[in-house]
Design a protein. Structure first.
Lengths: 125, 125
DNA sequence: CGCTCACTTAACCAAATCGTTAAATATTCA
DNA sequence: TGAATATTTAACGATTTGGTTAAGTGAGCG
């Protein structure tokens, strides 16, 4: 039961948030650094309120933090839920892995044993 | 060679399929081996038609193959879309990794270069 | 044959999703 | 002060989702 990673992450909203291509694009953009709402909206053809709703979905999933800075709202990605989703998928990784992958997986398991923190990589607040 | 399984995996339906806890439970169960519809329905308190719909969602996402065997329908997990979802998340893995993880990641990248399988990993681009 | 078992399909409903436009809010600047 | 900018909230509508019950299909069996 070491694997009690990030107690507060509900995978449902996380996967749901990632189900929409615009929201995935927003995550991709934020992976490159913080951005304002306007900057996040710019690549897409939908209205600003639509973007605002997408941001709310990401925020509710814990993927996003928004901090007002003057009249701009700066958005920052929180990767912890991504890590949780990754962790869930990792449980079944053996299903699609070939023998070469197993080597890397073994090394990864070793790494986990070494670091031994259950709440871990999700930066605690 | 090649593109058996998932010439193109659309991640939208895959993430959407994984967004529901019953469907995640079904994936988990199928990871332990094939099962009939009835066996998949048994752990859950919803009606059989509800399970049938969940299975359809998983099937449409490419996660599931159903093969009638007599009067039972045998369900088999197809992990390729899981691999694709994993691959997408992996692109941002650096965001939550610490230095120990980077080692494993480096090894994984190396592995990818060594094995020429664009068939099993949706490495777009 | 006729019944039962294993499922699916149909029809329906409530709630959520995803988009819109119009209005409200808040901050900066001339 | 008042206009412009950045973003949210409100209200609406079409579509999808997730559940239900009831009816349909098809294989196995006494």
């Amino acid at each position: 039961m070491v694997n009690r990673a990030k107690a507060s992450v509900d995978l449902g909203p996380v996967f749901a948030a990632l189900a929409h291509p615009i929201r995935r694009a927003i995550v991709e953009q934020l992976a490159g650094g913080d951005a304002t709402v306007g900057e996040l909206a710019e690549p897409h053809k939908v209205s600003l309120p639509a973007i605002s709703k997408h941001l709310r979905v990401l925020e509710d999933a814990g993927l996003l933090q928004v901090e007002p800075e003057g009249r701009v709202h700066r958005c920052q990605l929180d990767a912890a839920p991504l890590s949780a989703a990754f962790g869930w998928l990792t449980r079944y990784r053996v299903l699609w892995e070939d023998r070469f992958d197993r080597l890397a997986r073994h090394l990864e398991e070793t790494r986990k044993t070494e670091t031994r923190e259950e709440t871990t990589h999700a930066r605690k607040k």
